[in-house]
Design a binder for this molecule. Structure first.
Ligand SMILES: [Zn+2]
Length: 469
């Protein structure tokens, strides 16, 4: 379908520029909040109506959907809308045309992904037919590609088409600097309206004074263990919010779904969830920024988060076919939660782009590289190492070491012994490195201080030295 049609023109980042995201919380007046909801609703309406239209058309076409004549391209959908909008939505003029367009854009992207997958042009997970967006379950959002802007002499505000000047909780101009705003996405999240600005900026100068190399082992018990002994623990304040969250959840469970009191409690619970998520995100950002600004080489493992958190395979009872034995699914579910909570995937994503900015080299090891099972002293690989074993004890050289520290040592791209398998071959699975460059940027090094202080803003990381066992 839509063969020979030009693919969507892709924006290319100009030489010497980089794209940064700036996300600010909006502080709309009640009238403006209503307008934002209305626009987000318009985007959803456009998406759902167009999806119904395309689905209807394809139902009439035999035999396969791919032979259909329905035009799901962005331009096709827009033309269709402009022809019929007076009948479909006589109220259309009340919202920005960009709101409808973002609905069509989302739908045409969804169709492209689906048909690409169907034709084998797309790798990865199977993509299904686009689904309708629910008012209650989907994220309320839409994008402006023109007409928005900052206001001169009014740094804490953005100008949005159809809405006007919207007050922001932060100094947007300071965040944007001299960058060019390409688009603004407005969304409702965590009981708040947000604006995400896509900003084209000059490439920042690269950092100088990066030195040393570390391996970083991401863990559930501690957030990060570095091979030089620095440990970034999972902080206590997270636990506190989690306890509060548990209590509120319990209260919510005792209220009648659909009632006003239920809705009120639900809002409070959501707010707490957002708070926990923000605390974790904050710590992740500070840790990765500090690492990328400190070390010249960083080694991490390519963690297969999806595989790690997958449901364990069902175990069939050999004596009783059709019946299943316990497979530890329940026990694993809490570990899964811990893994997803720790945000390993996001940790790596952040390190990747931050290292590129500072000029630190990121080494990502193959996910099959046995960083935990290998002795960092002599290179012997253990065949088995249960998760409960917190101390690594090598049978070959007799070394005793914290489990995470041992793994971190193995991930150190410069200092570690390459792992050897039973045949004495090295198994080091270095997969990729980003372009090595020596660069400069304001180094945000940890200073020697033993007070409990916050990370970021030049403050030291709460690093505790680990004693070897
Ligand atoms: Zn050993």
């Amino acid at each position: 379908m839509a063969e020979g049609r030009k693919k969507r023109r892709k924006y290319e980042i100009p030489e010497g520029k980089t794209i940064r995201g700036v996300k600010v919380a909006l502080d709309p007046t009640p009238r403006q909040a209503g307008l934002l909801s209305s626009n987000a609703g318009a985007a959803r309406f456009a998406y759902n109506t167009a999806l119904a239209h395309i689905s209807n058309q394809l139902d009439c076409v035999e035999p396969a959907p791919s032979s259909g004549k329905a035009d799901w391209s962005m331009r096709g959908l827009r033309n269709w809308w402009n022809r019929w909008k007076n009948d479909l939505a006589p109220w259309w003029a009340g919202n920005s045309k960009e709101a409808y367009n973002s609905g069509f854009q989302a739908l045409s992207d969804a169709f492209r992904n689906y048909f690409d997958w169907l034709n084998g042009d797309r790798e990865g997970e199977p993509v299904g037919w686009p689904k309708y967006k629910s008012k209650h379950k989907s994220t309320w959002k839409y994008t402006y590609t023109t007409g928005f802007g900052l206001i001169d002499g009014d740094d804490r505000a953005v100008r949005l088409p159809c809405v006007g000047r919207v007050h922001c909780m932060e100094n947007v101009r300071k965040c944007v600097g001299d960058g060019r705003i390409l688009s603004v996405t407005v969304r409702y999240e965590h009981n708040r309206w947000w604006a995400s600005l896509r900003v084209e900026k000059d490439q920042p100068p690269q950092a100088t004074g990066l030195s040393g190399s570390v391996g970083a082992d991401l863990g559930v018990k501690t957030l990060v263990t570095l091979s030089n002994g620095i440990v970034i623990p999972n902080p206590r304040y997270l636990k506190q919010t989690e306890r509060k969250l548990e209590r509120q959840q319990k209260r919510l469970s005792r209220r009648q779904p659909g009632s006003r009191r239920y809705a009120k409690k639900k809002r409070q619970v959501n707010k707490l969830y957002a708070h926990v998520a923000n605390q974790r995100l904050d710590l992740r950002h500070k840790t990765t920024t500090w690492m990328a600004n400190t070390y010249a080489d960083i080694g991490i493992e390519d963690l297969n988060v999806k595989g790690m958190t997958a449901r364990p395979k069902p175990k069939e009872d050999p004596n009783n076919p059709g019946h299943y034995l316990k497979n530890g699914a329940k026990a694993k579910s809490s570990l899964n939660k811990a893994i997803l909570d720790a945000g390993f995937g996001d940790f790596r994503r952040q390190l990747e782009y931050k290292c590129q900015q500072t000029g630190s080299r990121l080494h990502v090891y193959d996910r099959f590289y046995p960083s935990s099972k290998t002795c960092s002293n002599c290179g012997t690989v253990k065949t088995k190492l249960p998760l409960s074993e917190r101390v690594f004890h090598c049978d070959n050289c007799g070394i005793k070491l914290d489990r995470d520290r041992n793994a971190a040592n193995n991930l150190d791209p410069v200092g570690s012994t390459p792992a050897r398998n039973v045949r004495g071959e090295t198994q080091r699975g270095l997969r990729k490195t980003n372009t090595p460059v020596g660069r400069k940027r304001i180094p945000c090094r940890p200073t020697e201080r033993k007070t409990r202080s916050r990370i970021g803003n030049g403050n030291p990381m709460p690093a505790t030295q680990q004693t070897e066992l």
